[in-house]
Design a protein around this ligand. Structure first.
Ligand SMILES: C[S@@+](CC[C@H](N)C(=O)[O-])C[C@H]1O[C@@H](n2cnc3c(N)ncnc32)[C@H](O)[C@@H]1O
Length: 304
């Protein structure tokens, strides 16, 4: 399973650190605004740290007494420390090979691949998918770290965590099913995706200490040559409020569903007071940019 993410992270090009400087600065601003009233910053954990191109490790180590980085792709974490902050290696704890979804623990991807290779009927596939959440409930992850962090950070995880991987597996077998069957299977995959994204938010909350903060950002709308950002319309708007509304409208129409579900769910799980929202363009690569949403605040811990 982690080979999928290893390959994605490995696609990283050498100039990325420089190209993502503006993106990193937006993240630093979001963090600084969120924590402006915090007295003792304590320990922070970053989920989905991966190549650490969006995580300024020196900024984090200056601010927090201890830093923990987690990802399914252990190699990328280690390579990032070696490349960006060998001087900080003693101060940073790395937790690799951790699957936030618990799908590894229920052997989901191997079982799904077997079912697809056997051309299993769509109704049976759907019932397999429907039962996965109840299996996942029997497992837990990162329980040693529960309640340990004053700040829990999620780095663009919602859109990566499950759907993109499962669709890649399913695509190879799609021709074995009618279009109605494909719709039914995709419907169940979406339900499972939404469950996983919300369970991931709950995981972040369990990692946070009583009055802890959650800070998350996610790519929400993709722009490329086929669907460019509507610059003219955007820059003809004069007020900040109308610009934000314009961006929300685009996100509502063409936003990545996993990101929208994750952000909405997290919004409900954070205390209203001093909740922060930010929005910026992430120049992901030369031909792909994303509208990115950042959301942060204190957790409603008792209600999870
Ligand atoms: C878009 S990247 C975030 C950007 C990254 N911080 C960087 O600077 O390169 C998302 C990260 O989430 C990790 N990830 C995706 N699905 C995961 C899962 N199920 N469990 C743990 N990590 C996962 C990926 O390996 C990847 O490093």
């Amino acid at each position: 399973m982690s080979i999928f993410y290893r390959d994605m992270n490995h696609e990283r090009i050498g100039s990325r650190w420089l190209e993502w400087e503006g993106h990193r600065n937006e993240i630093k601003l979001l963090i600084s605004h969120t924590l402006s009233d915090a007295k003792d910053l304590g320990r922070a954990i970053v989920l989905g740290a991966g190549n650490c191109d969006d995580v300024d490790l020196h900024f984090f180590c200056d601010g927090f007494s201890q830093l923990t980085l987690v990802d399914i792709d252990a190699e990328s974490l280690q390579e990032a420390i070696n490349r960006l902050a060998p001087d900080l290696s003693e101060r940073i704890e790395l937790l690799g090979n951790v699957d936030f979804t618990k799908l590894d623990q229920v052997d989901f991807y191997n079982r799904l691949t077997d079912l697809l290779e056997q051309k299993t009927a769509s109704s049976e596939l759907c019932s397999f998918l429907i039962h996965i959440p109840s299996e996942m409930l029997e497992y837990s992850i990162l329980n040693e770290w529960e309640g340990q962090f004053s700040v829990v950070i999620s780095s663009a995880v919602y859109t990566q965590i499950f759907f993109i991987h499962v669709l890649t597996l399913f695509a190879v077998h799609v021709s074995n099913y009618t279009s109605e069957e494909v719709s039914a299977i995709l419907g169940e995959l979406r339900v499972l995706r939404n469950y996983i994204v919300k369970a991931y938010n709950d995981l972040m909350i369990t990692l946070a200490e009583e009055d802890g903060y959650i800070i998350a950002w996610s790519d929400v709308v993709k722009f490329d040559e086929m669907s460019p950002f509507p610059e003219e319309q955007f820059y003809s708007i004069h007020s900040e409020e109308e610009r934000i509304q314009f961006v929300f409208d685009i996100a509502g129409k063409q936003g990545r569903e996993a990101a929208v579900v994750g952000m909405q769910d997290l919004h409900e799980k954070l205390i209203d007071q001093n909740r922060q929202f930010a929005c910026w363009i992430w120049p992901y690569s030369s031909n792909r940019h994303y509208i990115t949403f950042g959301l942060a605040g204190r957790v409603r811990k008792a209600e999870v």
